[in-house]
Design a binder for this molecule. Structure first.
Ligand code: BGO
Length: 740
């Protein structure tokens, strides 16, 4: 016999531990269809019973507030597993039973694993499992997932539910007189119209309308707009009434009544707790210091600064090794391969593009390791908790802060892991607002661009400008988040209770797994998306190649230069090559030859697709003071922001410029009559805010589930950045400041 068992429970209830204990190595990890939520499956054999075990995402409830909740709920509704094992943390029983009650409300066959009874015992909590089982009407089996205790009884119980094919009537809780009465009317309407009833139980649909569950509302509006409007009007009526009479909302009322139901069960001799007011669990003691109103924020700053210090210190060497490796690879291939397009594609297109991104892998790995430590230890939840109040003003959530920091909120960082870090945000609107604003942070790739422009135009105010850039990025991100939250992603904040899990000492194995999983995703991207885009950009900057006639012109200039060189200099060059100790005349010759090469490169660039786009854009970009060369650099910056430096180098006839050694380029820019401090300031601001690099765009699209948001980030950010740059340039020009 075969059956499907779904494991469900709050995060940290021991679900993964139990899943591993049950399935051992017989696991398969994938994703739920269409979303980035991980799906683990495995098998467990109980006597002649083959149980297919599916691990549902950890959730606190079955509303549609978070992606995990929607995924879990959809799975239960669509796949209809024969039984759900609900793992509850016995040391936090009241909170955990909230989910159990919702399963019962859906009429799903449930078997409860009363997990972590060892922890509960240590805390002086005793639970009468038999009594709880009787009151809830479902099996309740005490377990210790860590040791496997209770596992067999639990599965026996689950198998029994399947074999008995018992029907579970949906649990009916009273949600208070007003809500109850309205629900009865709504249920009648729903039943007579057969509204969504082939998928969900009647009362549950009414309940979801009462809770203003967006997923069900949207479904209902599509299926039967007229009835849906009627149901919504009924809910609105109760809502107004509750607000007037009890100063509350249906959703809050329903939650209160569910907790009330749980409380009443627990008070019937189910739970007994030795009460000792002087005893605080160690987590509470630590919290007294770490989340203290005054000490907490200071400790937080020290911890974050410490994390960055360690990450940057320890990753510097491996980043250097990888960069040297890719440099070496590029140079070797350059010498081995014959001159031509293939060499250019492999060296400039592929190695430079992909290598530039892979070079960051050690940094990213260290960063993920540090963040996994903060997360697993339980401290990250405290950081989010402390910042929640400030962030809520801007329509964000306390948990958004880590995504901002990872993206470069302090200095350096990368929007790609930042975008991924938004996964920890449970509330969809806040998550979307965070997702779209993390690219405003100053990632490591923008720093060489700022360094170049500051060195060229603001060398005396370096520290102040860098500080201003950092503050500006935060201010921009928070204000734009607020703007988005009152326009395109408007809607009330999700009433999301932030759980403060107990502090734990992370295990190295756990940290290593977390770090590896996240790093691997990054590496995979470099191997696929980045490779493709690098090739496209290379092609845009290479094709169409200069016509034969133009090339011949440069060739003839080279030839006539060669012809003009005195025989003695030619002999000297043949002898010494490019080595040191060349005479002034020989050096001068080499310089002139390089200038011809650069002029040819510049002409080629201007002739290319990218060059033509840059030139065409001048008609608009001149409002911000940007010429065609700056425009190409900005197009290149879409691949990766540091590409701006090398592109400016090529465009300003300097050939390949290493972002790290941009001294000479900054002097060229400072001397160029087309540039001014004002324009540089506008360019700095433009670089801060314009379209995220394409990898970030890909990540934003994937994480938001739609390419539309990726496109939005490109268009909105670029318009915003351009508006700011024009404002700076035009105001400055009108006032006559920073012009030289
Ligand atoms: C760590 N008893 C005890 N004492 N602990 C348990 C039990 C139990 O019955 N069941 C699970 N745990 P997950 P979700 C950890 O990870 O399965 C522990 O989110 C640690 N981690 O071992 O991950 C379990 O899948 C560092 O503990 O939960 C795990 O539901 C130090 O509860 C934690 C000590 O279990 C959560 C423990 C970095």
């Amino acid at each position: 016999m075969q059956a499907t068992v779904a494991l469900a429970g709050n995060p940290n209830s021991g679900k993964t531990t139990l899943f591993n204990e049950l399935t051992g190595a017989r696991q398969h990890v994938g994703n739920y269809p269409g979303v980035t939520v991980e799906k683990k499956e495995g098998t467990y054999t109980h006597r002649d019973f083959l149980l297919h075990v599916v691990d549902l995402p950890g959730t606190y409830s079955l509303t549609a507030y978070s992606l995990e909740e929607v995924v879990a709920r959809d799975y239960l509704v669509n796949e209809k597993p024969e039984v759900v094992i609900n793992i509850v943390d016995s040391s936090n029983l009241e909170r955990n039973l909230y989910l159990a009650v919702q399963f019962l409300e859906m009429g799903i066959p449930v078997c409860i694993a009363l997990n972590m009874i060892d922890v509960a015992k240590k805390r002086g909590i005793e639970i009468n499992a038999d009594k709880l089982s009787k009151l809830l009407g479902v099996p309740v089996i005490p377990t210790i997932a860590r040791t496997g205790q209770g596992k067999t009884e639990l599965m026996e119980s689950a198998a029994h539910i399947v074999q008995a094919r018992k029907r579970y009537p949906a649990l009916k809780i009273s949600y208070g007189d007003d809500v109850d009465r309205a629900m009865l009317t709504m249920e009648e309407e729903i039943a007579t119209n057969g509204f969504l009833t082939d998928t969900y139980p009647v009362r549950w649909i009414a309940l979801k309308y009462m809770e203003k569950d967006e997923q069900i509302l949207n479904l209902g509006r599509k299926l039967n707009p007229e009835l849906s409007t009627r149901l919504e009007a009924m809910v609105q009526k109760v809502s107004n009434h509750l607000l007037n009479t009890l100063d509350t909302y249906p959703e809050a009322m329903i939650a209160d009544q569910r907790y009330g139901y749980i409380n009443s069960i627990l008070k019937q001799g189910v739970i007994y707790q030795k009460y000792d007011p002087n005893r605080l669990y160690s987590s509470d003691k630590i919290d007294k210091v770490l989340t203290n109103r005054f000490l907490g924020p200071i400790i937080m700053l020290v911890v974050i600064a410490g994390l960055f210090h360690l990450v940057f210190t320890y990753s510097a060497a491996p980043v250097g090794w990888l960069e040297s490796f890719f440099d070496w690879l590029g140079h070797s291939l350059y010498t081995i391969l014959p001159d031509g397009l293939l060499r250019s594609l492999i060296v400039s297109g592929i190695i430079d593009g992909v290598g530039g991104v892979l070079g960051f892998v050690p940094l990213i790995m260290f960063m993920f390791f540090g963040i996994a430590f903060l997360e697993d230890s339980g401290y990250l939840a405290r950081v989010a908790f402390m910042l929640d109040r400030v962030f809520r003003i801007f329509g964000l959530h306390g948990s958004s802060v880590m995504a901002f920091i990872v993206s470069g909120g302090i200095a350096g960082g990368c929007a790609v892991p930042g975008v991924m870090a938004t996964r920890t945000l449970k509330s969809p609107r806040e998550r979307m607002a965070t997702l779209l604003t993390v690219p405003f942070m100053n990632c490591g790739a923008k720093l060489p661009v700022f360094a170049l422009l500051i060195a060229a135009f603001f060398a005396r105010y370096e520290a102040a400008i860098m500080f201003g850039i950092t503050l500006g990025a935060w201010a921009g991100a928070l204000l734009v988040a607020k703007l988005l939250r009152v326009t395109v992603i408007k809607g009330a904040s999700t009433p999301f209770v932030m759980e403060l899990p107990p502090y734990r000492m992370p295990t190295f194995k756990g940290l290593a797994i977390h770090t590896w999983e996240r790093t691997w995703q990054y590496v995979k991207k470099a191997g696929t998306v980045i490779l493709g885009f690098s090739i496209i950009l290379w092609a845009m900057m290479t094709f169409p190649v200069l016509p034969e006639s133009n090339m011949a012109e440069f060739e003839s200039r080279r030839q006539s230069l060669l012809d003009s060189v005195p025989g003695s200099v030619r002999a000297e060059l043949q002898r010494a090559g490019t080595g040191p100790g060349l005479s002034g005349a020989a050096l001068n010759f080499q310089k002139q030859l390089r200038q011809i090469d650069y002029a040819e490169a510049e002409a080629g660039l201007r002739h290319s697709v990218a060059g033509r786009i840059g030139t065409a854009l001048e008609s608009v970009s001149h409002w911000a003071g940007f010429d065609w060369r700056t425009n190409i650099a900005l197009i290149g910056g879409f691949a990766a922001k540091e590409v701006m430096v090398s592109t400016l180098g090529t465009a300003y006839s300097l050939g390949e410029v290493d972002p790290e050694e941009s001294g000479s380029l900054s002097m060229t820019l400072a001397r160029d009559p087309g540039w001014s401090p004002l324009m540089a300031l506008g360019l700095i601001v433009f670089t801060m805010f314009y379209a995220p690099c394409f990898v970030s765009v890909v990540c934003i699209s994937k994480e938001s589930g739609s390419w539309k948001w990726g496109a939005f980030a490109i268009v909105f950010n670029t318009l915003l950045a351009f508006g700011l740059a024009v404002l700076i340039f035009q105001t400055g020009s009108a006032l006559g400041v920073l012009l030289s």
